[in-house]
Design a protein around this ligand. Structure first.
Ligand code: FES
Ligand code: FES
Length: 181
């Protein structure tokens, strides 16, 4: 059986990818893994429920949103810009790690994860949450509820979520302009 392919062009981690011929209907997570060797995006439920496969999508106006890569095909991202977990940290011209993002650093310092399978998705979710906070600051009294709401869809089978939430709270409080009294 001949597999139908269509060209795909998009931006991943700031680099233009394609045009490359990709099978029609191939999930984005498979494209990332099999075509680009970007294996940090996790495949969990495959049904859009666990959010392990979440990446950050950069809208044309710069706003960050979450996108699940198991339920959306690679061609759904035609012309779009996404950031996978590999593109989160700052790297030098040789690809060597320069600095983790504040969210990544806080997850480590708070021992937020155990096996880490869910972590790329949590990093994406928390990154989008921080982007929203910087655009629309909230009151300190509402922060806890807002964190839970923002990360509620991300499933972790190891931890009790508390340390993820604590880490995000710390970053939100330490980032100027995100939380108002
Ligand atoms: S693997 Fe995509 S939501 Fe679970
Ligand atoms: S740390 Fe193992 S699934 Fe979250």
């Amino acid at each position: 059986m001949k597999i139908e392919k269509q060209p795909l062009t998009l931006t991943i981690n700031g680099e233009k990818v394609g045009p490359v011929d990709v099978p029609v209907g191939m999930p984005m997570v498979d494209f990332l893994h099999d075509y680009l060797n970007l294996t940090g995006t996790r495949f969990g439920c495959g049904q859009g429920v666990c959010h392990a496969c979440t990446v950050v999508e950069i809208e044309p106006n710069g706003t960050k949103t979450e996108s699940r890569t198991c339920v959306y095909g690679a061609h759904f991202f035609e012309g779009k810009s996404i950031v996978t977990i590999e593109g989160q940290a700052e790297r030098d011209a040789n690809g060597q790690l320069k600095a983790l993002t504040p969210i990544q650093q806080a997850f480590i310092e708070h021992f937020s994860f155990q096996c880490g399978y869910c972590t790329p998705g949590f990093v994406a979710g928390a990154t989008v949450f921080m982007d929203e906070l910087q655009r629309n600051p909230i009151k300190r009294a509402d922060l806890e509820t807002a964190i839970e709401a923002a990360l509620n869809d991300h499933i972790c089978r190891c931890t009790g979520y508390v340390r993820y939430y604590e880490a995000v709270r710390e970053v939100a409080l330490a980032t100027p302009g995100c939380v108002i009294d």
